[in-house]
Design a protein around this ligand. Structure first.
Ligand code: SF4
Length: 429
């Protein structure tokens, strides 16, 4: 009987991508995917440390797994918490067999057959990609990781400490993966990186080169990239929103705060006016472009006036999707040492005000789509409601249609009949 594995994935799209690649590699090596961790021979926790108390959450998850697992089950903790607290996990949880940081989890593939515990939380650049087999299947919307790590050191962020400094995969290897995924049926390519628009390989190829080369593939119908840093968005990339119809008119461009004093304390390397100027350039390149953004409230030293600046920035940019959080202290980061930490009740109050505004804007935009005909990619049958199919618009809105499985994996035109803050309802045109 083949050995079975189960993977828990926490956090961002890059972790989802890593888990998918690990899944493919394990299947390639003869393992099968288990529907439950309780009977699996290997349980992997792919962890994220962006939010507070991430290590505590991993320990509580490990405790749960330990109670239910078979005696012979091996446990691996990989990802950013492994990088941040790996030595503590290795010491405090002797039943954990492997602890590998975000750039070392490929070592699991070598060491699974051996009977020893192992820990490696070092930075290995992009070596892991060379060790992984190509995917054996793909969704119509495929993800391709092209860059890891970050050099920006925003003062609230732990990523430069967990994922290391920026490294980019070679252009040719990325394109090999893209062509392979397209052969398997991908029609949308999503390039991933912590600072994706700063992608640059050793031969000077950049993200604009990748977008242009990918657009040449006949079967590719949509291209997008996540996550962009505002001042790394070059004129060359912005111009592609004018010239390259396959590049979808939607960009995830976190501003984080709307006031210059807060931006400076965050070590974000732009002012609010510079951010607005970038949005203006994008809109000039393609008036249909829509923006998604991130916001942090309650950052140390944030005054009422600074918070009003954030609300004002939201009204100006009108992001149609967003992620918003209360600031939380992360170890190693500069902001954890800043004076003037904000009272949690004040931060909570600001978050609620901000989210009310963001939701209003998102709902207004979604409602403005009612009666319009838009193109959507049909992704899958509803997980909670098997009578519907879930689709994604070019603006990353969730669109639901009555179930027709023959449409899965296709881009079709639908008419929007109803909308609320999170979802659009459509019908076939
Ligand atoms: S740009 Fe800032 S927030 Fe984004 S990963 Fe880098 S350090 Fe973190």
């Amino acid at each position: 009987m083949t050995k079975q594995f189960y993977i828990y994935t926490f956090g961002c799209q890059m972790n989802v991508y890593d888990s998918d690649r690990l899944r493919d590699a394990l299947i390639h090596n003869g393992w099968t995917l288990s529907s439950t961790p309780d009977t699996a021979d290997l349980v992997v926790l792919n962890t994220c440390s962006v939010r507070e108390k991430a290590t505590d959450k991993v320990f509580s998850e490990l405790g749960r797994i330990k109670k239910k697992k078979k005696d012979t089950t091996k446990i691996a903790v990989i990802g950013c918490v492994a990088k941040e607290s790996g030595k503590e996990i290795y010491r405090r949880a002797p039943y954990v067999d492997y602890v590998y940081g975000p750039q070392a989890w490929h070592l699991l593939l070598h060491n699974l057959a051996k009977d020893f515990r192992d820990i490696d939380v070092d930075t290995h650049g992009v070596d892991k990609f060379d060790e992984l087999p190509m995917a054996t299947d793909t969704a119509a919307a495929a993800f391709v990781s092209i860059q890891e790590g970050c050099n920006h050191f925003c003062t609230y962020c732990i990523v430069p400490f967990t994922r290391g400094r920026e490294v980019s995969r070679p252009f040719d290897k990325v394109m090999d993966e893209v062509r392979h995924l397209v052969k398997l049926g991908a029609i949308e390519i999503n390039f991933l990186g912590q600072n994706v628009n700063n992608y640059q390989d050793d031969n000077g190829k950049n993200l604009a080169d990748l977008v242009r080369e990918t657009a040449k593939l006949d079967n590719v119908q949509r291209i997008r990239f996540t996550t962009s840093y505002p001042t790394c968005l070059t004129d060359e990339l912005i111009d592609l929103y004018r010239t390259e119809p396959k590049l979808i008119p939607f960009i995830y461009l976190p501003i984080q705060a709307g006031g210059d004093k807060t931006l400076k304390r965050m070590n974000r390397r732009y002012t609010r006016d510079q951010y607005f100027a970038i949005i203006d350039k994008l809109k000039a390149a393609n008036p249909n472009i829509q923006v998604s953004s991130d916001f942090i409230v309650g950052f140390p030293g944030e005054s009422d006036a600074d918070f009003e600046d954030t609300l004002d920035a939201v009204r100006r940019v009108r992001p149609i999707q967003s992620f918003s959080f209360k600031y939380s202290k992360r170890p190693h980061t500069g902001a954890a040492l800043l004076p003037d930490q904000i009272d949690p009740d004040v931060a909570q109050d600001r978050l609620e005000k901000l989210q009310t505004l963001l939701k209003d804007i998102q709902r207004e935009f979604n409602e403005s789509c009612v009666g319009q005909k838009i193109k959507v990619l049909v992704e899958h049958v509803g997980r909670d409601n098997p009578n519907i199919i879930i689709c994604r618009s070019e603006n990353m809105q969730t669109v639901v249609l009555p179930k027709d499985e023959s449409l899965i994996g296709k881009i079709i035109e639908v008419e929007i009949t109803k909308a609320n803050t999170t979802t659009l309802k459509g019908q076939l045109c």
